[in-house]
Design a protein around this ligand. Structure first.
Ligand code: CTP
Length: 425
């Protein structure tokens, strides 16, 4: 019996896939089809495959051509599979010509002609065409446009004027000054646009709730542009904490600082520490310990010449059975790490933790320490836009709960009112 093995993503199954499977089957007597897992595809740069792994497996199963279906999850797995399953022939379409010659050491490699005129990418781009405008901070817009360009289904608009964006686009990314965001998000939602906005999108609890309700009422997506929320390492860390790996979480310490903005010594027109870093640094505290803290003390140090610019702000949270500190600085430099302390060990995410691909679990007995690495493309921004597109399609929900968004706004409200805020000049 001749065993043939082939691999693919099989997203939005089309006649090119079917023809390939038929030709592959005709090469032997038994066909094994490897369907690429979601994470593995992400690593290959296919970042917004439309269908889930289960749906894609079902696509292949329904053809009745495959005798066996497996999932491809890691680099180098093809060699393992060929040896383990005793495949005689490895085959893929001619678009991969030459790429798998290294498998000749294990079995015969055959490149089959590819069907012209159809591909999953093309079908994906026909399904979703969300015209997106970018407005606000120029550097942030540039960076976000670059990352969004990798995402199928988003069409970038060149429009730079907000009113024109409202008239011509389906969605908008907003990175204007925090004080302008509420009005802009509201106008965008009222004009029927989906919104991804730097956090917080409102500077008080009531406004945040109002915008969330408005988005829901209009069936529009409104998400916080906190890129860290979309990084794989960060998400895996959150899941790991839930397994009890470090016992009960007792404390979270998150630090974010940067000095580059103050190099010319001027603060006018610039965002202070909490505005620049607050949302990012608050994210792990609110996601790990929840939004129901008992108390939040704020201590801020302001510049002598500009009472609107906090050089450094520290937030102390008390929960019923845990605590947290958040330190953000644009006039003070510190180690930008994240430490989550538990009763059996701690998680250490080295600086800059907000754009990391790596974290460690550390125990009293160092032999039990574990390190975790995950690929991170575009600081998480790319994945954020993938999630944005998927949310618009009602397929996946945002990684930042509304409750977290509202809490962030509430903390900013406290800070802005300077009530119960210790100010040290
Ligand atoms: N294939 C083919 N003819 C096509 C499209 C795909 O023969 N028109 C083959 C590929 O060469 C591969 C298999 O089908 O052996 C699975 O391909 P996959 O990457 O899942 O499909 P694509 O349509 O190429 O997907 P994408 O556009 O995302 O690259």
């Amino acid at each position: 019996m001749t065993k043939v093995i082939t691999y693919g993503t099989y997203d939005l199954f089309h006649y090119g896939h079917k023809a390939l499977l038929e030709r592959a089957k005709a090469l032997g007597d038994y066909l094994i089809v490897g369907v690429t897992g979601d994470d593995f595809d992400k690593n290959r740069g296919k970042i917004n495959v439309h269908q889930s792994l289960m749906e894609r497996i079902e696509n292949v199963r329904r053809t009745g051509i495959a005798d066996e279906i497996i999932v491809e999850e890691y680099e180098g797995q093809k060699i393992d599979d060929i040896k383990r399953l005793g495949a005689d022939i490895f085959t893929v379409g001619s678009d991969w010509e030459g790429k798998f010659d290294y498998l000749n050491d294990y079995c015969k490699v055959v490149y089959l002609p590819r069907t012209e005129g159809v591909s999953s990418s093309q079908l994906r781009s026909e399904i979703q065409k969300i015209k997106t405008g970018f407005i606000g901070d120029e550097d942030l817009c540039k960076k976000h446009m670059k990352e969004a360009s990798y995402v199928n289904g988003l069409v970038l608009s060149d429009e730079r004027d907000f009113n024109s964006i409202l008239k011509t686009c389906d969605a908008v990314y907003i990175s204007s000054h925090a004080k302008l965001r509420y009005e802009m998000v509201k106008s965008a939602l009222e004009a029927g646009l989906h919104v991804v906005c730097e956090s917080p999108f409102a500077l008080n609890e009531a406004d945040a709730k109002e915008l969330i309700a408005l988005a829901k009422e209009r069936n529009l997506v409104l998400i916080d542009a906190i890129k860290t929320a979309y990084s794989t390492a960060y998400n895996r860390m959150l899941l790991l904490l839930k397994t009890g790996e470090i016992g009960r979480v007792m404390n979270v310490d998150a630090v974010c600082t940067s000095l580059h903005d103050l190099q010319d010594g001027r603060t006018e027109g610039k965002q202070g520490s909490l505005f620049a870093w607050g949302a990012t640094a608050l994210l792990p505290v609110l996601q790990i310990l929840g939004t129901n803290y008992e108390d939040c003390g704020i201590t801020s140090f302001f510049s002598d010449t500009d009472t609107g610019f906090d050089l450094f702000t520290k937030l102390d949270f008390t929960y019923g059975n845990a605590s947290a500190t958040v330190k953000v600085g644009k006039g003070v430099k510190s180690e930008g790490s994240l430490v989550v302390s538990g009763t059996k060990g701690y998680v250490y995410v080295p600086a800059p933790w907000w754009k990391t691909d790596y974290f460690e679990v550390r125990k009293e007995n160092a032999e039990e320490n574990r390190r975790f690495f995950y690929r991170l493309d575009g600081e998480g921004i790319r994945y954020m836009f993938v999630n944005f597109v998927n949310s618009i399609e009602n397929k996946k929900l945002s990684y930042v709960d509304d409750e977290v968004s509202v809490r962030i706004s509430k903390i900013f409200e406290r800070f802005e009112s300077r009530k119960n805020v210790r100010i040290i000049k």
